[in-house]
Design a binder for this molecule. Sequence first.
Ligand code: ZN
Length: 144
Amino acid sequence: MKTKLTTAILTLTASLAFGHGDIELGPNKGRILEFSSDETMHGEVTEKDGKLHIALLDKDMKPVKVQDQSLTATAGTRQAPVKSEVTKTENGFMISPTQPGEWLIIQYKESGSTKVVTARLHYDTKSCAPCGNPEWRCACGEKK
Ligand SMILES: [Zn+2]
């Protein structure tokens, strides 16, 4: 487990150089995370009272009911990763408060037998001047 996490963080550091190029926003103006390899499942991250909520959306960005799906979130640093508390909701998952600037590594699993999909989120709360959104859900770099 520890080795896996380290690899994920190394990959994440390498992808930092690409900036905001591939940020996509969902129907509720949340940040879209890819939870499948074929665009059939997405997570839309929104914020409420300092907690992050990840709603599950299907290929048409329609809400998905949460049943067997599971999700874990890890924050902290490479040296000291910290598991976040995750609560299941009707249409997604609630993640315990995240510190501004923190990277979250989110691991999503469709059901017991399917492969884990890893997504990453930089919770950068600085606001972006052009759009007024916090950087973590700013899509200024989105390709038109
Ligand atoms: Zn922006």
